[in-house]
Design a binder for this molecule. Structure first.
Ligand code: ADP
Length: 324
């Protein structure tokens, strides 16, 4: 994940929750994507602090440096070399067609840099560097995974090898997750605005305020009428943090048109706080322990470099860079 500040509920349910589960079953590599952040020209003074925040929040959410390799992207130089190799076989047309690129161009027409265009090749380098076969991501990343498969198979074809496996987006056999924002539109993310995004560090008061302010409508007028996006989103969030009984109770109230959205939001705020509180506490503890964080980063970097340098050695050999 890019170190853009605090983690929100979308990155937790879309990615981190699965990271934590996957580390029990497979050899995993997780990293803080600080090179990816450079497309937005971060302030040098904030960059380091933001990397530390994400590292601490990864660990507070349950990533275990003894089970998985957790590292900081910019500390593993091999990623840049693979990125460069992949860029040589990535074509302008296909990069320009990526929807996240088109969105960024629309949002920031004054900052269409080459890093933004080649974001998918950097992401492919991150994945292929460890020859990953599965990547636990949210639904928004499906297209980037598709690009990674394209680059992997193109490399194999170009050099007549069967070197890279084509990685798939992975969610334990379930549909990829999309956590909505509190404003009824699209996915929860920083760009939809602070008021519609719940962070894992939000205080009980902030959680309550954000949820109580979420837009609702006049309520269903006819039995079993379809929900508006705003209401659908509140139910989606309820399903993430509340018990099945609670969800069923509100579904029934909605179905027979007796639902009171104030009650639904109060319940959601309460269950959200119960969910977030222990994570928020752990974040505070881990963030305060600089020695531990630097040990985690150092060890992660060593482990990541082992796998990365093996891949780069082999890729160089395949391409034809051989020792004299
Ligand atoms: P980045 O820009 O580094 O990808 P994000 O926070 O946008 O950072 O995404 C990090 C991970 O969290 C990605 O795997 C993404 O799929 C997932 N994610 C982020 N927001 C959501 C969301 N609202 N719903 C589902 N998954 C999400």
């Amino acid at each position: 994940m890019r170190p853009t500040g605090n983690l929100h509920l979308g990155s937790y349910f879309g990615a981190l929750k699965n990271f934590v589960r996957l580390q029990e079953q497979a050899k995993c590599y997780f990293f803080v994507a600080d090179y990816h952040l450079l497309t937005t020209h971060p302030n040098p003074a904030n960059l380091h602090q933001n990397v530390k925040t994400i590292l601490a929040q990864y660990i507070a959410c349950g990533l275990d440096p003894d089970k998985a390799t957790i590292y900081i992207q910019s500390q593993v130089p091999q990623v840049v070399e693979l990125y460069m190799f992949l860029n040589m076989n990535a074509y302008l047309g296909e990069l320009e067609r990526v929807s996240s690129f088109k969105d960024k161009v629309r949002q920031n027409p004054q900052n269409v840099n080459a890093g933004l265009l080649t974001y998918p090749t950097l992401m492919a380098a991150d994945i292929l560097l460890h020859k990953a076969d599965a990547v636990p991501v949210g639904k928004d990343q499906e297209q980037h995974l598709e690009m990674t498969r394209t680059f992997a198979s193109r490399f194999n074809r170009m050099y007549s090898v069967d070197y890279f496996t084509e990685p798939v987006a992975y969610n334990f056999g379930n549909e990829l997750v999309k956590v909505p924002g509190l404003d009824g539109s699209g996915k929860m993310s920083k760009s939809v605005g602070e008021a519609a995004t719940l962070y894992l560090v939000d205080s009980p008061e902030v959680i309550r305020k954000k949820i109580m302010k979420a837009k609702t409508d006049a309520g269903p007028q006819e039995k079993n009428s379809p929900k508006t996006p705003e209401i659908e989103n509140l139910f989606s969030l309820l399903k993430l943090v509340s018990s099945e009984d609670i969800v069923r109770q509100f579904e029934d109230l909605y179905a027979d048109c007796t639902i009171r959205y104030g009650d639904l939001k109060k319940q959601l705020a309460q269950d959200m706080e119960t969910f977030i509180a222990p994570i928020r506490e752990r974040i505070k503890q881990v963030e305060a322990d600089d020695d531990y964080l630097s040990k985690v980063a150092r060890q992660g970097c060593e482990k990541a470099m082992e796998s990365a340098s093996k891949t780069i050695r082999e890729v160089r050999e395949i391409i034809g860079f051989r020792p004299f």
